[in-house]
Structure formats: structure tokens, C-alpha cells
Design a protein around this ligand. Structure first.
Ligand code: ADP
Ligand code: MG
Length: 686
């Protein structure tokens, strides 16, 4: 089956080159080039029931035909079937065609309906003139393959017909006992069904991708994906790493200094990290926790273990503001223990950068905090044992792998701890981060009062301003977040500046601060520090404060134009309050009318403060690519699987991947190759 594609009839060098563009080099590749969708030509659609965007077969009689010349000459054929009428529009046509479609002739057409100026129309539909007693519509769904220029669906269908004739020679890498009781068909049946759905196959389940044959292939694809990430993982975890085995004296001293005790979940996760790091191979662990669950302390504890063992630790955050915040927190917690923290930012001055680099290279600084500037060429570590990456989902799998190489010393790789800010549903995390071990801080620190969330139309802005007055009168602080659709920093900053000016006027005697992405880091930091110290009472900000910012005395969050933001971002922003003992509130101001999705988003936030629950809704609303961030989307593009639709398979997929690797290790590579050929395979990219 690894026969080259040229073994098929009619595949010469030209055709082979086109197929190559689709990643098809062998007959097997072609068999796994699956239909992207199906066309339903199995039943006639009443013309009167067609809606714009509908695709289907219609049949009718020609009322009249005309050639019009607007910007170009075109043939218009008006067709009706008793339920309604539709216009066929042709830009390329011959005289013979025009005659054949004369008044009174019967046509069967297939195309996508759209709304034209004079009603519903089909542009260049496929059509046929019907003779008396002409056979019925097609018996089964028509597969539509992903294709490339110069390669027609007809050619792909003909070639797959040929390949399917050799199907019985395809090896089965997932033995029946591993596929197990799931009741899914064998590979040959599944491939045959998906390429050529039989007439009796249920149409709707095929169109939705829920037919057992499709699920069988999705299952195998997900197993292949899992094994591929496992292979990437093994390449790292097979390497040596500095074992970190210490009594935990520094963590004990840290805990003594804290005004509260760690939650049970924090302690459990710290223990998981400590166990991982004690081994002579790199830890690769993802820690998830809802907003405010106390991830920072877990990271600090892991760093302290590395330091106690005589090594260094590095903490990287995706944005300046978040890195600055970590820097402040880490310094406050670590300096009392006699530990020096070095700071790295893309925006820092040459001198400060040089001093930090020297402190790190000499080992004088034991912990480094920064943005990705931390991992640029000129930064060298004395002896790095741990890398902490915060807010992981903004980094892609390739960056993650690149990071692993950094700080390698004498062939040893550092341990790696990855933290996500926004909870990711477990099913999705299991797939996207199958190369990582997984811990969840599933408990919030005690004494938090739930955040009350309300949605208000923006014509009630005055009431909102009153609320701010009230909260600040009680000694509390508040955030006011300005949002714009435009990604432009300049416009965002402008909007924030305008709002700042307005609020300053409306709230006389209240100290209003402003932060946005266009400010100098030093100015931004100064404002944040004043807010933290309580000198600034109301902070007007762009979404730069989205993650990480932690001011427990702030109890009121106003989000302007909340309808423009995604669920995860709104949950993150709301998570800036509710961090102290005071009852907190979040006001989602929107500009009516609300779209249906926006309505569902605001509704979800009003009904829940559980980040994992919100993430599940987000996944349904937006799909996995968006939830994971755009960088990760490439990784989640499957041929047939869909992690939302197929989530019920994921537990079994994980188990099957494990069993296959253990019981049939020789099946692993061919299975991965079958599904992830060429550049798609992560292992080959890193
Ligand atoms: P996140 O998980 O969102 O990163 P942080 O680490 O920023 O959360 O912690 C949020 C706040 O909770 C901080 O003010 C932190 O000091 C506090 N905190 C963390 N752990 C505890 C705990 N066990 N008990 C009480 N407060 C805690
Ligand atoms: Mg955090």
C-alpha cells in the first residue's frame, strides 16, 4: 500500500505533482485523503423552500430565457417548480445551450442558492436537461474532497475509486481488542463508507460527522495524534535533567511568612511538582487553575525547591504587564529569604539588561523573571533547573519545544512547569497538551465572596458611575476597562484616555489612574504600584490588565462594550475582583442590540463564576482553535476528528494510545505516519 500514487491509472507526472500539493504521494495517502464534506443530491428540494446558502438539487420547467448585457453578457434562465421560481445565471454560454434551455424544457440543477437583486438565484449551476421518465436523483451522498488548483472533484473521485479497489490490502494498526467495545467498524469498512457512503446510510449522521464509520476514523486519527505528541514528549523525557531533591526548608520558611495557609489543592499540586522534579528526567507538567486559585504560589514553591538544590529557576510571562507583576510578587516573596531575582524585559535599558545578565550568568541571581526576552541569545544561565511558563496558551507547541532546548547544560534539560490562566476544558487539554502531565488546582482560597455579575445597557452609564462613587466611598477600589474592536494600540489608548478624562470629571475628588499599552513601562508600573498601594482609587485601563493583575482591595469591575469580548477574556477580567474579603461585583456594560452569541456569553457569565464551566460554554460557542488561541490552531486541525463533536471518544482514545504503545509498539510509527504525514507532524517540526 505504500505504492507510489503513479501506480494508479492515469497518474502521470503532472497529476502526481498536483496530488503532491495535497500531501498525497502514495496510494495510502490518497485513501486517507478524506472528504471534507458531502453534497446531498439524493433528494429534490422545493424551489420555494430554498434559503440563501442552501445547496441542493432542484427540478423545474423553464418559464423563459433571456440574454442581458450589463457589465457583461449573461444568460438568465427562469425556472419554476410550482413551489417557487429561481433564476439561473450563466456568464459563459453557447447558443446551443441557450436553445436547449428554451421555454418549456425541464431542467435538473445543482448549486448553492444566493439572494440576487431580483430574488433567489443559482450562479453557474451544474444542470441537465431532463427527458421523459428520467431516472431519479442520486442514490447516495456525493463526497467533496479538499483539492487544489487544476484538480477536479471528478478526478479525485475516479482516483479514489481505483484506490478503494485495493483497500483490502491496507494494514489495520488498531487491533479489534484495542478498539474494543466501542462498537466501531473496522478500518476497511470505515474507509469505504466514508469515501462512498452507501445509499442506505443515514444522511444526517454523515452530514454531521457522527456516523460510526466517521467516528472510527476520527478515533484512529486522535490515537495517532496522541501517539505523536507522546513521541515528542519521549524525546524530552528521555533526556537527563538535574534531580531536585531537598528537604523543602525554603518552602517551609515561605509558608511561615504568609498571612494564610496554602489550600489543600495548592499543597497537592506542589507535591506533584516536587515528585516530578526529584527525578533525573525533565518534568513536563501543565498546571491549570481558575482565576484566583493561587497559581503564583505554586510556581514560587517549585522555584524555591530548585534554588534550595543550588540551581536557578526562570519564570516567563507572555506580556510586559504580567511579567512586571510576577517580578514584583516574586521579589516580595523571595527577597526576605535572601534570594536575588533578576528582571528581563524587551523594553529595559542596556545597562539594566547587562546587570541582570551578569547576575544570572554568575549565579548571583537565583531566579529570573521576564518576558520572552529571557530566552534571547545574550542571556545565559549559570545552572538552570526549572522553567516556569505562565499563561501557556498564548504560546504554541513549537515555542514550547524551543524553550525546552534553552537552558540545556551539559546535555541536561531543565524541568518545565506550564501554567494556564484561562481554564481549558479537560477534554480539550487532554488533546492539545497530550505531551504534558496535568494537575488542576481545583479549590479557591477560603474567604472569597462570590462575584455578583450584572449586565447593563450603556444608556445606564450614570448609574454605573454612582456605583463607583459608592464603592470608593466605602474604601474600596474599582477598575474600568475600555474595549474596542480594533486591535490598534493607538485607538485603544485614545479611547482609554477619553474615558479617563470623562470619569475624572464625573467623579470629583476621586483619584483616577490610567494604564494602556502605549505607555512607557516605567509609567505603567508606577500607576499600577499606586493602584496597588490604594493611592489610585479607580483604574481606567485597556485589556492589558486582563491577566495576572492582583489587587485584593479592588471589588468593582466595570467592563465597557462587554459584548465585544470573548468569554474567556471576560472571565479573566472579572477575575481581577473577588480576590479579597469584600463582596465584589462586575458590571458588563453593553451597547444594544445584542447579537445572539453575545447574549449567550453575557448570560453564561451572569450564571456562573466557575472558569471550567465557562470554558466549556466557550468551546461550544467558538470551537477549539479560538479557545486555545490562534497560535495553537494549526495543531488542532484534524482531517476528520473534531474535539468538540468527538469529545466522548477522548477517554477511550487515551487508553487505546497507551495500550497500543505498550502491546504493539511496532504499530506506533506507521499509524502516526498514516495520519500525520509531512509538515503536520509536531515531532518533525521541533
Ligand atoms: P492566579 O491563580 O489567578 O494566578 P494568584 O496566584 O494571583 O492567582 O493568587 C490570587 C490571590 O490569592 C493573591 O492575592 C494571593 O496572594 C492569594 N492567595 C493565594 N493562595 C492563597 C491561600 N491559600 N489563601 C489565601 N489567599 C491566597
Ligand atoms: Mg496568575
Amino acid at each position: 500500500m505504500t505504492e507510489p500514487i503513479t501506480a494508479l491509472k492515469g497518474v502521470g507526472p503532472k497529476m502526481a505533482a498536483r496530488l503532491e500539493r495535497l500531501g498525497i504521494a502514495t496510494v495510502t495517502d490518497l485513501l486517507f485523503h478524506l472528504p471534507a464534506r458531502y453534497q446531498d443530491r439524493t433528494r429534490l428540494v422545493a424551489i420555494g423552500s430554498l434559503r440563501p446558502g442552501d445547496e441542493g438539487v432542484v427540478e423545474g420547467e423553464v418559464d423563459h430565457t433571456e440574454v442581458v448585457a450589463r457589465s457583461r453578457r449573461m444568460l438568465l434562465v427562469h425556472l419554476s417548480d410550482g413551489t417557487g421560481g429561481i433564476t439561473l445565471r450563466f456568464f459563459h454560454f453557447s447558443g446551443a445551450q441557450q436553445q436547449a434551455m428554451a421555454r418549456g424544457s425541464r431542467l435538473r440543477c445543482f448549486g448553492e442558492a444566493r439572494m440576487g437583486k431580483a430574488g433567489m438565484e443559482l450562479v453557474h449551476p451544474e444542470y441537465r436537461i431532463l427527458r421523459e421518465g428520467e431516472a431519479a436523483v442520486e442514490e447516495s451522498l456525493t463526497p467533496i474532497y479538499p483539492t487544489t488548483e487544476g484538480l477536479h472533484q471528478m478526478s479525485l473521485r475516479r482516483l479514489t475509486d481505483e484506490a478503494l479497489a485495493r483497500l483490502d490490502r491496507i494494514p489495520e494498526w488498531l487491533p479489534a481488542h484495542i478498539l474494543d467495545s466501542s462498537g466501531l467498524p473496522d478500518l476497511v469498512t470505515a474507509l469505504r463508507t466514508v469515501h462512498r457512503p452507501p445509499p442506505d446510510a443515514p444522511v444526517s449522521s454523515l452530514l454531521e460527522g457522527r456516523h460510526p464509520a466517521q467516528r472510527r476514523l476520527a478515533f484512529e486519527e486522535l490515537v495517532a495524534h496522541h501517539l505523536s505528541l507522546g513521541r515528542v514528549r519521549a524525546r524530552t523525557t528521555d533526556q537527563p535533567a538535574p534531580p531536585v531533591q531537598v528537604p523543602g526548608e525554603l518552602v517551609r520558611r515561605l509558608r511561615d511568612n504568609l498571612p494564610f495557609s496554602l489550600t489543600g489543592a495548592q499543597q497537592r499540586v506542589i507535591q506533584e511538582l516536587v515528585t516530578d522534579m526529584a527525578r533525573p528526567h525533565p518534568m513536563l507538567r501543565l498546571v491549570q487553575g481558575d482565576v484566583g486559585a493561587g497559581k503564583t504560589l505554586v510556581a514560587v514553591a517549585a522555584c524555591l525547591h530548585a534554588v534550595e538544590a543550588g540551581y536557578q529557576a526562570a519564570v516567563m510571562a507572555p506580556t510586559e504587564i504580567l511579567a512586571e507583576q510576577h517580578h514584583r510578587n516574586f521579589k516580595a516573596l523571595l527577597e526576605p529569604l535572601g534570594i536575588e531575582v533578576a528582571w528581563f524585559s524587551g523594553k529595559q535599558g542596556v545597562r539594566s539588561r547587562r546587570e541582570a545578565s551578569e547576575a544570572l550568568a554568575s549565579g548571583q541571581a537565583q531566579v529570573a523573571v521576564g518576558t520572552h526576552a529571557l530566552f534571547q541569545g545574550d542571556v545565559t544561565f549559570h545552572d538552570l533547573a526549572l522553567v516556569v511558563v505562565d499563561e501557556q496558551h498564548r504560546f504554541g507547541v513549537h515555542q514550547r519545544m524551543a524553550l525546552r532546548e534553552k537552558g540545556a547544560r551539559d546535555g541536561r534539560l531543565p524541568h518545565q512547569l506550564i501554567m494556564t490562566a484561562t481554564p481549558i476544558p479537560r477534554t480539550l487539554a487532554m488533546t492539545a497538551y497530550a505531551d504534558l502531565d496535568y494537575s488542576v488546582i481545583d479549590e479557591l482560597p477560603p474567604g472569597r465572596t462570590p462575584i455578583k455579575t450584572v449586565a447593563l445597557s450603556d444608556d445606564r452609564r450614570d448609574e454605573v458611575v454612582q456605583r463607583i462613587h459608592h464603592a470608593i466611598g466605602e474604601g474600596r477600589q474599582a477598575y474600568w476597562v475600555c474595549t474596542l474592536v480594533e486591535e490598534s494600540d493607538v485607538l485603544q489608548a485614545q479611547a482609554a484616555e477619553d474615558t479617563h478624562a470623562q470619569l475624572e470629571e464625573a467623579l470629583e475628588g476621586i483619584r483616577v489612574g490610567l494604564v494602556h499599552g502605549r505607555m512607557k513601562p516605567r509609567d505603567k508600573e508606577a500607576v499600577m504600584a499606586r493602584f496597588k498601594a490604594g493611592e489610585v482609587q479607580l483604574l481606567v485601563a485597556t485589556t492589558v490588565i486582563e491577566v495576572g493583575v492582583d489587587v485584593p482591595n479592588a471589588s468593582l469591575m466595570i467592563i465597557e462594550n462587554a459584548e465585544r469580548l470573548g468569554l474567556a477574556q471576560l472571565h479573566q477580567l472579572r477575575g481581577r475582583v473577588g480576590r479579597g474579603e469584600a463582596a465584589s461585583a462586575c458590571v458588563l456594560m453593553y451597547h444594544p442590540p445584542l447579537s445572539q452569541t453575545a447574549h449567550r456569553r453575557l448570560e453564561a457569565l451572569r450564571n456562573s463564576t466557575d472558569g471550567f464551566e465557562i470554558a466549556r460554554i466557550d468551546l461550544d460557542l467558538r470551537g477549539p482553535g479560538e479557545v486555545l488561541g490562534t497560535r495553537q490552531t494549526g495543531m488542532m486541525q484534524f482531517r476528520i476528528a473534531d474535539v468538540v463533536r468527538d469529545q466522548d471518544l477522548l477517554e477511550d482514545v487515551k487508553a487505546a494510545a497507551g495500550r497500543l504503545a505498550a502491546e504493539h509498539p511496532d504499530h506506533v510509527d506507521p499509524l502516526i505516519d498514516r495520519w500525520l504525514s509531512g509538515s503536520q507532524e509536531y515531532g518533525r517540526v521541533g
